[in-house]
Design a protein around this ligand. Sequence first.
Ligand SMILES: [Zn+2]
Length: 289
Amino acid sequence: MKDTVATGTLNAMTIDVEDYFHVSALAESIDRKDWSAMEYRAEQSTTRLLEMFEQYNVQATFFVLGWVTQRSPQLVRRIHAAGHEIACHGLTHELVYRQTPEVFRTETRDSKAMLEDLIGAPVLGYRAASYSITAQSLWALDILCELGFTYDSSIFPISHDRYGIPGASTRPGRIRSPNGSQIVEFPLTTRKVLGARVPVAGGGYFRLLPYWFTRWALQGVNEDDQMPFVFYLHPWEIDPEQPRVRASLLSRFRHYNNLEVCEQRLRSLMRDFRFTTMRKLLAPYLEAA
Ligand SMILES: [Zn+2]
């Protein structure tokens, strides 16, 4: 059954394809070497997202983690075959500012090549683990250009304990990397509310804030700020049955809050707004290169 299609500005629908045990908020509690022994659930929750997107006639961009690409190559092919865009979420979910440029270059090149081999098409877009391109790791943009990426969506123009560049542009557009190369950046969407920049377009914020607030804020981005927003979600966010991991109170709150309402909210969002892939939305900027 196809649902009714919303009208209005086209926005970007993006999914960071990783599992609950990859998440930075829980990384303090899970050793990387134990990943392969954890109950793997990303494939089934990503499949559920694909079914929902088909129902609402939404095309999305999937930033796939290299670890998932290795584990589920057929999933990557299925996403691509369904007409969605495949993009790169790095190899190991290490924060960029904790890597050396050399390690970042190798891992990012390898994860891009794995995806391109699987789908037989170029991968244009990149999103860093936990939006970890910050003022300390802007060098990563040089390397993304060098590796042939034409757009990035890793910069969160807010202050946060793990990510963010307060004061960075909030609009999609071309930016210069430190060595003078150019790349298109689609910053994660924020909205000014009572004088403060609030992240309003995905993940934990989508689960924490009441849906009416999200809808009001995103309508404001489209109508008052006159620009598209980028919505993001992870497959584990529509999987309330996932195994619980011991972690700090803050991390558990960020990870587990409102998982059970997330799928219904996503359905409401797809009824209320129009979505497409990042690549299609950014085409005017990419062509101007
Ligand atoms: Zn991630």
